[in-house]
Design a protein around this ligand. Structure first.
Ligand SMILES: C[S@@+](CC[C@H](N)C(=O)[O-])C[C@H]1O[C@@H](n2cnc3c(N)ncnc32)[C@H](O)[C@@H]1O
Length: 271
């Protein structure tokens, strides 16, 4: 999607927010040619044994140039793509020959086994949990930042977008899939917008995070306020949820568009 939208074709340093229990996307980035991968989460889920297994599977996929798993295998993974063919036009044979060199692959494996250390091939993987300090990455040092089903959980979204902006190099870009549904807190997909702040606080209880309940337009507004230019905004529409009259007072002024947007894929560039 980044390639299609004209964004930097081969990022060198990538950062991920909220990888959860798998560093798989970051490993795919390293295998594709990136040298540095930073992952930031608030709870430690990722197991090294599982990540090594995923890494070995991924190398196999890249070597064999297998197609990307599609929406029949992973119906919940969005955005859906026009083509699930291995992207040979981006990862050309010539590029892959270099990226898949045995010493490079071994360097990535070593970095994965010793998360945090750099080695002679300049490959670096940092998994920082919990990340509380924006200085963990130097300002202006990252080419690409992405997340999958994370930004709906982030508590202080405005500050977080600001930090991501600082981390990026000028011209660097972000790619985020955001799931705006209620995550099981209500019967209908948008039922979380019917709860008052007080009730929502009770529902959240002592969990380290739940949902920030920001609708789609707030993400766009905050991104633009930080200085990002929106390059791609694919909305997933769903008109089956609760109606306007059931919204809690804090959400009453929500637009019809927000009320029916259950997810979004947003790519933006640091101007
Ligand atoms: C629904 S999971 C998604 C995990 C993974 N990206 C995936 O697609 O399977 C949400 C993730 O966001 C993380 N998260 C929540 N708040 C966060 C924050 N402020 N910064 C970074 N990660 C956060 C959670 O710990 C969790 O790993």
């Amino acid at each position: 999607m980044a390639h299609k939208n004209g964004l930097l074709p081969q990022p060198d340093a990538v950062a991920e927010l909220g990888p959860g229990d798998s560093l798989g996307i970051g490993l795919a980035a390293l295998i594709s040619g990136a040298d540095k991968y930073y992952a930031f989460d608030v709870v430690e889920y990722a197991s090294n044994k599982r990540n090594i297994e995923i890494f070995d599977e991924l190398i196999n996929f890249f070597k064999k140039k297998v197609n990307i798993p599609d929406e029949t295998e992973f119906p919940e993974i969005k955005p859906f793509l026009k083509s699930y063919e291995f992207p040979k036009h981006i990862l050309t044979d010539e590029h892959l020959d270099k990226a898949l060199k045995q010493d490079r692959i071994e360097a990535i494996r070593k970095a994965l086994l010793h998360l945090g250390g750099a080695n002679r091939n300049n490959i670096q993987i940092s998994y920082v949990v919990p990340w509380t300090d924006s200085k963990v990455i130097k300002d202006g040092s990252v080419d690409m930042i992405y997340s999958q089903a994370v930004l709906e959980h982030v508590e202080n979204l405005s500050d977080t977008y600001g930090i991501l902006y600082r981390w990026l190099k000028p011209g660097g870009f972000m790619s985020h899939q955001i799931d705006l549904r209620c995550h099981g807190t209500a019967k209908e997909w948008n039922g979380h917008w019917a709860y008052s702040d007080f009730v929502w606080k009770m529902i959240k209880g002592k969990r380290p995070f739940l949902l920030n309940r920001h609708p789609h337009s707030i993400h766009l507004e905050l991104l633009q306020k930080c200085g990002f230019e929106i390059i791609c905004d694919i909305k997933f529409k769903n008109t089956t949820g609760i109606q306007r009259k059931h919204l809690a007072s804090g959400f009453k002024n929500m637009s019809d568009d927000d009320l029916t947007t259950s997810g979004a894929f947003i790519q933006s560039i640091k101007k």
